[in-house]
Write a protein of this length. Structure first.
Length: 489
């Protein structure tokens, strides 16, 4: 899974508070004049009469209220400024912030500006960049093709091939750790402190590599030492890839992975063992060296990175990485190694288009937020955009699955039940990534973990578990993301 695809997020939500602790203060709206009344009551007007506080509030909030899509947006601004219901009743004669927001919404004429050109922010990434990321997500899979003869041995535990348990244990540990680490680094980047992000990666990435290695060796049975060594290299690669992806060095990572292209002839011909090992070591060494070179400038800049965002805030992202990773592994447990590998390849490659479609959904929602005049129109437009983006992702997933089947020698066509399960898992992953990007990561993580646990306990219940998770995430998405306030930047 992508450290970024599942780790980077925007900051949707309402306007920022403008009041200080100690009680409500007059509200200031973007684009509106500053408050003119002093504490203790409204100032006399020009004719000697006391000014109506509601008229003053309308004047101050007119710029914001004119572009609001729903009264709740105005109510959110009032509450963020510290206005309590008691204050609103005493000062403006309305029951609460919602009643006052509805009154302001009705008094101000809608004046939505023309759509602005897309900014260069994280939500406006080009298709080429997302496809490049999808490619570097999938290329490491060729390492398993090269290493397969080196890892071959006696049948392992739980009915799996020998060496599978340490490989899976190390991979899952790396997914969890690096998902949380990438979120923390992206948080620093969002605060404009790149040295702090580099320092977080400098300390966190090696720790993640050590954790994955330790777990893999602890899970290895006698005779599985080669698999444990490969898992150690896998953990080291995941740490290096996290650094390069978070810091936007996808092209450098692609160059580092080029030696793995030597696995393509291995699909039809047997390659010598030393050549296989050399190609693996070349890709791993290049990835680690490039990551170290990228981190070196930031690591020399003082003590940036101390304190900052709470580390506990990154835990839900690690849990989401665990749940989504287990779902991908479940999709890879097919009737044969070939059918299972084809599903994993398709899901991994699809993460690039999935990321681009997330950007398209966000961009379309922001455009409609600026152009539509009612909450009902906005809900309908956002729902339509959501259906189109999800449908586009599932179409890409089917196409990639069929392409992987055609490209893999001797692969059988996926059965209808397996294809349906794969599409349900894809739905869970895309909706989970969407909710994560809007800050609802804990809900997405819990749903993915429950679905993965159900599939692990009873593999036959896989389609039911994936379908239930997809339905729950669809409901959560519709409830959360059709509200205009969820899309305010």
């Amino acid at each position: 899974m992508s450290p970024r695809a599942s780790g980077e997020q925007s900051a949707p939500g309402g306007p920022r508070p403008v009041s200080a602790p100690g009680g409500p203060r007059p509200v200031s709206a973007p684009g509106g004049p500053r408050p003119v009344s002093a504490p203790g009551g409204p100032q006399p007007g020009g004719d000697g009469l006391a000014a109506d506080p509601l008229d003053e509030l309308v004047a101050r909030l007119e710029g914001f209220a004119a572009v609001a899509v729903h009264p709740d947006e105005i109510a959110a601004l009032l509450e963020s400024d510290g206005m309590t219901d008691d204050h609103i009743r005493l000062t403006y004669g309305r029951a609460d912030s919602f009643a006052l927001g509805e009154d302001l919404y009705a008094r101000v004429e809608r004046r939505h500006p023309a759509p602005a050109a897309p900014s260069g922010g994280a939500w406006h990434t080009g298709l080429a960049g997302c496809l490049l990321r999808g490619l570097v997500f999938a290329l490491p899979g060729l390492a398993y093709v090269l290493a397969a003869p080196l890892l071959a041995g006696e049948p392992g535990r739980f009915g799996l091939p020998g060496g599978t348990v340490p490989l899976l244990a190390g991979a899952v540990t790396g997914w969890v750790w690096n998902q949380a680490l990438s979120h923390r680094a992206y948080t620093w980047l969002g605060l404009g402190d790149r040295p702090a992000a580099a320092r977080a990666l400098l300390t966190g990435a090696p720790a993640g590599a050590l954790a994955g290695t330790a777990v893999a060796f602890a899970a290895a049975a006698p005779g599985e030492a080669p698999a444990a060594l490969f898992a150690a290299g896998q953990s080291l690669y995941l740490a290096a890839a996290t650094v390069l992806l978070v810091l936007g060095r996808e092209r450098a990572l692609l160059c580092a992975l080029l030696p793995l292209a030597g696995a393509l002839p291995a699909f039809r011909w047997d390659l010598p063992g030393p050549l296989r090992a050399a190609l693996l070591l070349a890709a791993l060494t290049a990835s680690v060296v490039l990551a170290a070179l990228v981190l070196r400038p930031g690591a020399r800049r003082g003590t940036a990175g101390r304190g900052g965002p709470p580390r506990a805030a990154s835990l839900p992202y690690g849990l989401f990485g665990l749940g989504s990773g287990l779902l991908v592994l479940q999709a890879g447990i097919g009737d044969t190694l070939v059918s299972g590998a084809g599903a994993v390849i398709a899901l991994t490659l699809s993460m690039g288009p999935a990321e681009w479609l997330l950007h398209r959904f966000r961009g379309g929602s922001l455009t409609r937020l600026r152009t539509l005049t009612t909450a009902r129109e906005f809900r309908g437009a956002v729902t339509g955009t959501l259906v189109l983006c999800l449908g586009g992702y599932l179409t890409v997933l089917v196409a990639l699955t069929l392409a992987a089947t055609l490209a893999w020698p001797g692969a059988a066509w996926p059965t209808v039940p397996r294809l349906a399960t794969l599409l349900l898992i894809g739905t869970v992953l895309w909706l989970g990534l969407l909710l994560q990007a809007f800050g609802a990561v804990l809900s997405a993580a819990v749903v993915c973990l429950l679905a993965a646990a159900a599939q692990t306990l009873d593999p036959a219940a896989g389609p039911v578990a994936a379908g239930g998770a997809a339905a729950v995430l669809a409901v959560l998405t519709c409830v959360l993301l059709v509200r205009p306030t969820a899309h305010r930047v």
